[in-house]
Ligand binder design. Sequence first.
Ligand SMILES: [Zn+2]
Length: 347
Amino acid sequence: MSDIPKYYKTNLIDIENCKKAVNKAKVVTLCHSAGGRPVYMFCYGKQNVFRRTANLSSALGGHNKGCFADKTSMDYIPTLLLVGCVHGGEFEGTAALLNLINIIETGYDLAKTKFLELKSLCEKVNLLIIPCINPDGRSHIPFDSFIGKSFTELRYYNQGTWADGTLCGWPECKLRHPIKDYVDYLGGYFNDDGINLMHDDFFGKKADETQALFSVCEQYVPDFTVLLHGGTNTKNCVLGPAYAPAQIKKRVSQLDELLKSACAEQNLEYYVAHKDSDYGEKKEIPVSFNLPSALTQLCGEPCVTYESNQGLTDCPNGKGYSYDEIYSHHLILFKTLIEYLTQKRPV
Ligand SMILES: [Zn+2]
């Protein structure tokens, strides 16, 4: 008998079932993964018209970002892009996103709890929800929750094993890319071609899943993009794009402060990761230019990683949260993001 709560749905069949159940969302198949699995985006709201006359680089070069995406019209609606399961063994966000979809559709989450305030908040923005951008990686994990599992199990299934059977681990699993030809067990980090989407070849030929995200960001220019991850037993936190203009880093800090207060109100821990650091960009080995930096540069708006606690039983970096704590953290994140985007925007 599983002790996974009924509302905690994270697998690819759950996403298919969600797709069949929705009435309000327009569901788009963005691409098929390296292993041929569909990647879905659930769209709520209406797409803004940007009157684009230049790409972002050229628009900024001409000192007018509006030539890339004019967001000044009276009927402009802020857009939020939420992306789950970038790494296949990190589906805490997927569980929360499937609940969020249910809340938008019915006013109730999958535990049948009423969320009318969050539902009406969601109606104030365009919401683009990708429950699982890495379905291949998700298919490499043969169960639906890491809560109550060990750190070793997470490492085995998420980062996989080298050809000799030893654990790849983090961050060493990043030292072979694509990793496919070096492994015995291909972990959830990777699509079936062994690509870690966070570190794809952004200036070269990209995986279709990465290209799909690029296309969404270019087309919709989301005001905020959040890539949902799990980070073992970390305190939940936002990791901003390392390579970004000061205005964007400022907006990430503003969100960070709001999340800190919102979590404190509910007696939940929150870690402000980038209080006054340079994000590691000036270290001797500079921080990598990864997917959040790439998407930020592509659309000129903040794209961040959100790290969630994964509820492991034993972990060097902290205690495991419960299902309810992990879920509550994500609902706070979604609510805070929408409140932030619908306030008068800082320039
Ligand atoms: Zn991750």
